[in-house]
Design a protein around this ligand. Structure first.
Ligand code: 13P
Ligand code: ZN
Length: 277
């Protein structure tokens, strides 16, 4: 018999706060957006029975690389506004089966619910990021308003897009020196968009889906939220500044961006800034 209620688990509390904040920010209208967070067995076992499963869900795209991994994940079709009041319906704690072809549901996803339809993009991105960073934990997707708006007005070349964002707020190049990947427009919820997203995640932590939203990766929920928040803020500044009657008159120069990179010990992704003299 477990003594602790899962409602007291720090990983659950953090998901409730985060989904609500994302909704408050206007990033997650209706069921827009999804989060998955890797958990350690020792984080889960005080709260949930890890020696069995409530049910199993077959995976269309097997992920043997993640066999035995635990995740808390948002459910498909669930409104971020309501996660706080109905966590067992909106979220699930799952474990990937030993062969990587099934999900074992340990808690939540009540009444036959499914994990997010973007699970292929989440799982393949987790695999890509873990290869780069053993501390990687979180994939977060949402419909950040100003990022989406920018995909209508700005060139979709990822180098130009990244450079514009770096120039909008001084902190950007420090927070995402690896830049932003951009996919062509694609149908969401498919293995194909999952594979393309994960391929971009191999060497960066932000991927924009034009006219849809953004994917972010990080070592914690806080860090991933902050990463998306920083890009979204820069996109908002861009929208405001470029809509101004007189247009953008000045911005941070490439030389100043190099000085920031040097001061904060980050390496800007190649081919974006003019070469340092
Ligand atoms: P889910 O409700 O299946 O997570 O889908 C929301 C979404 O944002 C799709 O891209
Ligand atoms: Zn979406």
């Amino acid at each position: 018999m477990l003594e602790k209620s899962v409602m007291d688990a720090p990983f659950l509390k953090e998901m409730l706060e985060t989904t609500y904040n994302m909704w408050r920010f206007g990033w997650d209208e209706r069921n827009g957006g999804n989060i998955s967070c890797l958990l350690k067995e020792e984080e889960v076992s005080p709260y949930l029975n890890v020696n069995g499963a409530l049910r199993v869900i077959p995976l269309d795209l097997p992920v043997p690389e993640l066999a035995g991994c635990y995740f808390i994940v948002t459910g498909s079709g669930k409104y971020f506004k309501n996660v706080k009041t109905n966590p067992a319906d909106s979220l699930g704690v799952v474990r990937v089966s030993p062969k990587g072809n099934e999900l074992e549901v340990l808690w939540g996803l009540a009444d036959g619910g499914s994990p997010t339809s973007e699970l292929p993009a989440h799982f393949l991105s987790h695999i890509a990021r873990l290869k780069q960073d053993p501390d990687h934990r979180v994939i977060m997707h949402n419909h950040a308003t100003n990022i989406i708006a920018m995909t209508f007005t700005h060139d979709l070349n990822e180098r130009l897009f990244t450079k514009t964002l770096w120039k909008m707020c001084t902190e950007c190049i420090v927070v995402f020196p690896d830049g932003i990947g951009i996919l062509p427009w694609m149908v969401p919820g498919t293995d194909a968009i999952g594979m393309k997203t994960a391929a971009k995640m191999a060497d960066r932590r932000l991927v924009v889906w034009p006219h849809h939203g953004i994917f972010g990766a990080g070592t914690s929920i806080d860090e991933t939220f902050g990463l998306i928040e920083t890009a979204e803020k820069a996109a908002q500044v861009y929208s405001i500044a470029s809509a101004h009657r007189e247009g953008i008159k000045q911005a941070i120069s490439d030389e100043e961006l190099w000085r920031l990179a040097e001061e904060f010990h980050v390496t800007p992704a190649e081919g974006i800034l003019t070469v340092k003299i």
